[in-house]
Design a protein around this ligand. Structure first.
Ligand code: ADP
Ligand code: 5GP
Length: 213
């Protein structure tokens, strides 16, 4: 019996988008803790490192010139200018991780997700919604990492980002954190069962069949 074929699974793309402050980082961290099969797509950015961030871990930090050269060479499957800085995903490492059966988790903005869908159209695209505007304000203020100006800008962008929610595959409202996490993990687990990710499984079961079985 082809047990190897049976077990083999291609990696899948999981993209999670949300207006800033909704709880995207919190929920992504919970997924990465529970499931070891995730690789994180490390983006290229022209912004400077913040706090403890390390080159190659949170981001690949590059100059504007280096970013523009990579972009002109077609290295990115998506890129966007967010808050005055360039951000982009290099295609090659993502394809390599998927071929090795790793699931690749993306933390990118809505414009980038829309572009990514053109290349990785079989991926799973999840949009997280805050329960209300008041609660989003409370979370942004409670997080205590952003200036008042930055909070205003993030809130100002939220409605525009939510207007893009309609083309995503799944919506999860992050009201109660534990419930939102159960929904997100259910989406992930269900998406792992897509036939396109298990090309050998049907054949390996049929190989065990005989006419009089
Ligand atoms: P994002 O990555 O979407 O910008 P964060 O994960 O940083 O958001 O969450 C913003 C703030 O809201 C954090 O202080 C986080 O602890 C808090 N938070 C996240 N989810 C919930 C929830 N379901 N209920 C209340 N607070 C939450
Ligand atoms: P930050 O600078 O706070 O780390 O990220 C700012 C925004 O850029 C976030 O919304 C984040 O999801 C988005 N972002 C990070 N990496 C990428 C990327 O490679 N492509 C795109 N389009 N957005 C990204």
């Amino acid at each position: 019996m082809g047990t190897d074929d049976h077990a083999f699974r291609l990696g899948q793309v999981l993209v999670v988008c949300a207006p800033s402050g909704t709880g995207k980082s919190t929920l992504i961290e919970m997924l990465r803790k529970e499931f070891s099969n995730f690789s994180f797509s490390v983006s290229y950015t022209t912004r400077a490192p913040r706090g403890e961030e390390q080159d190659g871990r949170e981001y690949n930090f590059v100059s504007r010139d280096a970013f523009i050269i990579m972009r002109s060479k077609g290295a990115f499957c998506e890129w966007a200018e967010v808050h005055g800085n360039f951000y982009g995903t290099a295609t090659k490492p993502v394809v390599e991780m998927l071929d090795q059966g790793r699931d690749v988790l993306f933390d990118i903005d809505v414009q980038g997700a829309k572009q990514l869908k053109k290349t990785f159209y079989k991926g799973t695209y999840v949009f997280l919604l805050p329960p209300s505007q008041d609660e989003l304000v409370r979370r942004l203020e409670g997080r205590d990492t952003d200036s008042e100006r930055s909070i205003k800008r993030r809130l100002g962008n939220a409605a525009g980002e939510m207007s893009q929610a309609k083309w995503f595959d799944y919506w999860v409202v992050n009201d109660n954190l534990a419930e939102a996490y159960q929904e997100l993990r259910a989406v992930y687990l269900a998406s792992r069962c897509k036939p396109s990710l298990r090309p050998g499984i049907l054949g390996s079961v049929l190989d065990t069949w005989t006419d009089n079985g």
